[in-house]
Design a protein around this ligand. Structure first.
Ligand SMILES: C[S@@+](CC[C@H](N)C(=O)[O-])C[C@H]1O[C@@H](n2cnc3c(N)ncnc32)[C@H](O)[C@@H]1O
Length: 335
């Protein structure tokens, strides 16, 4: 049997957002959570979500055609393996990622022409301010953003630990560590280690309960601040996970410069990012790079771009450790 023609493949790609925005609507209305104990009729789902039953049926029928939810009894829907991760309460939940992608980020993508034409940031044009300022003013969106980072990058936390031996580290600082998902896994794996979680004040405030629930709060100092002003002293390893990719070169040099200033000669800098490979093969970082262009105004970089950036900031890139996730650990030391 021959596969889809190039025209059919392109049709699917061109209309890809039909699927992603339909998933967003189901995520927004919490449909997967409502189905966790078994199938429900469209009438029950519509009543629980204050939606129009006929429109909801059409949404779920479309999603079921791509394997997300399944109609059993007529107009009654159940979870499927592809719908399960849309539940809020499962490890690796994708609900927040769908919410984040389907709202402001989707609107910013509508301005891709502007970004490609000018090289400037679509999000800033659409919302009048940079994303991290916007999140600081919208706590509900910021909570979704933190959770979406776990949805999109959560698998990386253990993958990083598979390739990095941190047993010699006494204190580790996660700079821009978000809600602490990477630091929590590190502190659980290394029970003697102490951690510093550094991020913007509103982010650090929200992270405390998560660290507490993971049982590592007593070994973790929460430090609020901006990495454009300074980063905390006193760690023998510094992590920057998906920080450098958010910023242009000048801002990266400021962040790296602050790390350089507080690091001892034998401290490690661990930068965790998608390293863009050469060639045409599929690689998620190539589209994440467009997200960086449109949303925060950063970029995904290739290995030689990282080497040159670190060099300018006074670091030597000593190792690139690929992981089983889509990221590598770029290990650096002060020159
Ligand atoms: C892409 S997220 C990555 C979060 C986390 N490191 C991870 O990998 O899941 C970027 C993080 O940088 C933080 N951030 C943004 N601007 C900052 C600033 N000026 N100072 C400190 N943290 C900042 C955000 O709050 C967010 O947690």
């Amino acid at each position: 049997m021959s596969g889809p023609s190039p025209q059919q493949q392109l049709d699917q790609m061109i209309t890809g957002y039909w699927v992603s925005q339909a998933i967003y609507a189901a995520a927004k209305f919490g449909i997967a959570d409502l189905l966790k104990d078994g199938p429900k009729s469209v009438g029950e789902l519509a009543a629980a979500t204050s939606t129009n039953a006929d429109a909801l049926h059409r949404l779920l029928r479309a999603l079921a055609s791509v394997g997300i939810f399944a109609e059993g009894e007529p107009r009654s829907y159940a979870l499927t393996p592809l719908a399960e991760p849309l539940r809020s309460d499962v490890p690796g939940s994708k609900r927040a990622l769908s919410l984040m992608s389907g709202e402001e980020q989707f609107q910013a993508w509508a301005e891709i022409e502007y970004s490609i034409r000018t090289g400037k940031v679509a999000f800033d044009k659409m919302f009048g301010k940079p994303i991290f300022d916007y999140l600081g003013e919208h706590p509900d969106k910021a909570r979704v953003f933190d959770a979406a980072m776990v949805g999109i990058h959560g698998r990386e936390s253990s993958a990083v630990l598979e390739v990095c031996d941190l047993s010699a580290i006494e204190v580790i600082a996660d700079i821009g560590g978000g809600n602490g998902s990477q630091l929590i896994e590190i502190l659980i794996k290394y029970p003697q280690m102490k951690g510093i979680l550094f991020d913007l004040p509103h982010v650090v405030d929200r992270a405390a309960s998560r660290l507490h629930a993971a049982g590592v709060r007593d070994r973790c100092e929460l430090v609020p601040g901006s990495f454009f002003d300074a980063v905390p002293e006193g760690a023998d390893a510094y992590i920057l996970r998906h920080i450098i990719h958010d910023w242009d070169e000048e801002k990266c040099l400021t962040i790296l410069g602050h790390c350089h200033r507080v690091m001892a000669a034998d401290s490690k800098l661990l930068v965790i990012e998608s390293v863009i490979p050469t060639g045409n093969d599929p690689f998620p970082g190539k589209f994440l790079d467009l997200v960086m262009l449109l949303i925060p105004g950063g970029k995904e970089r290739a290995a030689d771009e990282y080497r040159a950036l670190f060099d300018k900031a006074g670091f030597e890139l000593t190792k690139i450790l690929p992981t089983s996730a889509e990221v590598s650990v770029l290990e650096c030391r002060r020159k």
